[in-house]
Design a protein around this ligand. Structure first.
Ligand code: GLA
Length: 402
């Protein structure tokens, strides 16, 4: 574990001791993620290529004598503003989710939702499983499109699965995390973030078929190629529980229904002219993004394997253009970050994650990191935008006990 990781794990332990008293039995952690390419394709049964990053959420766990669960978090504040301990009976979770989730402070819906989904998946009697006190600390930037939520879900899932003696693999735990996010939080998201957080590997991306959940590890080789992956966090906050994300998903489902297929995964580029005659112009463009993005993921995997990472720049740029023009989920800050990075010599750049804010990524040569970062800062200043936060990320390991 890195020094930062050790510090964050220590912070989770310290928070546990302060909030609950007895020493926790251990800490578990899960990373955030960057998506290299394949945006909004996951809930269309398509392909994605994310990787786990070095930023992690750690959870310290202390068992309890009763069947209750308490959660507290160092960085994330509950929506009612007290930031304190949230407590529930494990049997009570089935009454709260999904119908009465509004009674649970917003951030606590993630860990409590995972506990609920895990108990349901295991068909366990909530009165007979060990009660737990959980304390979270995280260095995953919140609201940056780097899946701070999947990191909470992943850390909770591995900690509880081990404590409760449940033998569930990464994809099973990822599905539990997604169920928590969909039903306990109310965000209609796909499976990508949870799979990346659970299955991440150092120096590699996860090539995921979101229909079969088959995952292949794809070497990225950034360091050998002298490349760095820069994150440019615009600071524009987004929420996938409201608005645009769900609308995009509904448009994709309409287009698939018009074509008479289960999902847009089943539509090929050659089918697009026919689709154009079946749906309105906006729905058509939404679908065209998905169909072309799926192909770009396949092309990126092939290019990485055959030619290495310096050759994927055009695919990243085409992905951004498709999200900006067809899917319309970019914002001026993200476009500015991408244009500035490319203008300063980045190999490729695109927004990453669900959109409507969050971060852009830029693939840059080691010696142009400073130049690209300076160009992005200057472009933001010239446009009157709040200064971005810029840092490099390293493809890292997935969720585990620390
Ligand atoms: C968010 C969701 C993912 C995925 C991306 C867009 O991160 O959580 O499931 O849909 O947006 O690719």
């Amino acid at each position: 574990m890195t020094t930062t990781g050790t510090r964050t794990a220590d912070a989770a332990r310290a928070l546990s001791a302060t909030a609950y008293g007895p020493q926790p039995v251990g800490t578990w952690s899960a990373p955030g993620r960057v998506n290299l390419i394949g945006e909004h394709t996951d809930y269309n049964d398509g392909f994605v290529l994310p990787f786990a990053i070095q930023h992690r959420t750690h959870v310290a766990l202390a068992p309890r004598q009763d069947a209750r669960i308490r959660v507290v978090s160092r960085f994330l504040r509950s929506s009612d503003g007290d930031g304190g301990v949230v407590e529930a009976g494990l049997a009570e979770l089935a009454e709260l989710f999904p119908g009465r989730r509004d009674e649970v402070p917003e951030w606590a819906r993630y860990p409590l939702g995972v506990a609920w989904a895990l108990i349901e998946a295991a068909e366990a009697d909530p009165r007979s499983v060990t009660g737990v006190d959980l304390a979270f600390a995280s260095d995953v930037p919140v609201g940056a499109g780097l899946s701070s939520s999947a990191a909470i879900e992943g850390a909770t899932a591995v900690a509880l699965a081990e404590t409760w003696g449940l033998d569930l693999d990464g994809p099973a735990l990822a599905q539990i995390g997604r169920r928590a996010e969909n039903e306990a939080v109310g965000a209609p998201t796909g499976i990508m973030d949870q799979m990346a957080s659970l299955l991440g590997r150092p120096d590699a991306a996860i090539f995921l078929d979101c229909r079969s959940l088959e995952a292949e590890v794809v070497d990225l080789g950034f360091a050998d190629a002298g490349l760095e992956l820069l994150v440019i966090d615009t600071g524009v906050k987004h929420s996938h529980a409201t608005g645009g994300y769900g609308e995009r998903r509904a448009a994709c489902e309409r287009a698939a229904a018009a074509m008479g297929v289960p999902a847009l995964r089943d539509v090929a580029a050659a089918d697009l002219p026919r689709l154009a005659g079946l749906v309105d112009e906006v729905t058509f463009r939404r679908a065209r993004h998905i169909v072309t993005e799926n192909q770009r993921v396949l092309d990126t995997v092939r290019t990485l394997r055959e030619q290495g990472p310096t050759a994927i720049g055009d695919l990243l740029v085409a992905s951004h253009a498709s999200m900006r023009d067809d899917f319309e989920i970019s914002v001026p800050e993200l476009d500015t970050a991408v244009e500035a990075a490319l203008g300063a010599g980045a190999v490729g750049a695109r927004m990453t994650g669900g959109g409507f804010g969050g971060a852009a990524i830029a693939l840059v040569s080691h010696d142009s990191v400073e130049r690209v970062a300076a160009a992005a800062r200057a472009a933001f200043e010239a446009s009157g935008f709040t200064a971005p936060t810029i840092f490099t990320v390293t493809p890292s390991a997935g969720a585990a006990r620390d």
